[in-house]
Design a protein around this ligand. Structure first.
Ligand code: COA
Length: 143
């Protein structure tokens, strides 16, 4: 089940982030801001266990996917797709025309995942990431 990210989910989200080095590593306060409604966020859970999350924000008529991850043991069971689907539904409800995101150039799993969901490469930011330094690929899709 996918539902809105709440304050009680922040510990579980931080645990998934910790074992997902591909992610932008946010601090607790960032996810508390999501839970408080400053950004949009959802979790996927099985029973009481949070297995994945996505965070997005609206910028005029575009949306940015800021972070999306599924716990390593739960990957390839379409939870990521469910999370993206809910974020896209929110986008359509909010008159969003385009969704975009940045991903590390070496993150082939995420690039394959996003391409599966009709994202296309629209640019590259040189040396965008640190530790390790790496280019970002910019991907965009219509929600
Ligand atoms: C990217 C990520 C969220 C995908 O979540 P997921 O729940 O495993 O993805 P799904 O099961 O919904 O995958 C849907 C489709 O995407 C593609 N896909 C997903 N992971 C893939 C992989 N590792 N290699 C190739 N294709 C992949 C496949 O086509 C897959 O369909 P299939 O399993 O029926 O073949 C997950 O791999 C993850 O958490 N990665 C680490 C964090 C990250 O990189 N986040 C993105 C940066 S913001």
């Amino acid at each position: 089940m996918v539902r809105s990210l709440e304050i009680g989910d922040v510990d579980a989200v931080l645990r998934i982030q910790k074992v997902s080095p591909e992610l932008a590593q946010w601090i607790r306060r960032d996810y508390e801001r999501v839970a408080n409604g400053e950004m949009a966020g959802w979790v996927a859970e099985d029973g009481d266990t949070v297995l994945g999350f996505v965070v997005a924000r609206k910028l005029a008529d575009e949306m940015e996917i800021l972070n999306l991850a599924v716990a390593p043991d739960a990957r390839r069971h379409h939870l990521g797709s469910e999370l993206l689907g809910v974020a896209f539904e929110w986008g359509r409800t909010n008159q969003i025309r385009k969704a975009f995101l940045e991903v590390r150039a070496s993150n082939f799993a995420a690039i394959a995942f996003y391409e599966r969901h009709n994202f296309k490469s629209v640019g590259r930011r040189q040396r965008y990431y640190v530790a390790p330094i790496e280019d970002a690929i910019i991907l965009a899709a219509s929600p």
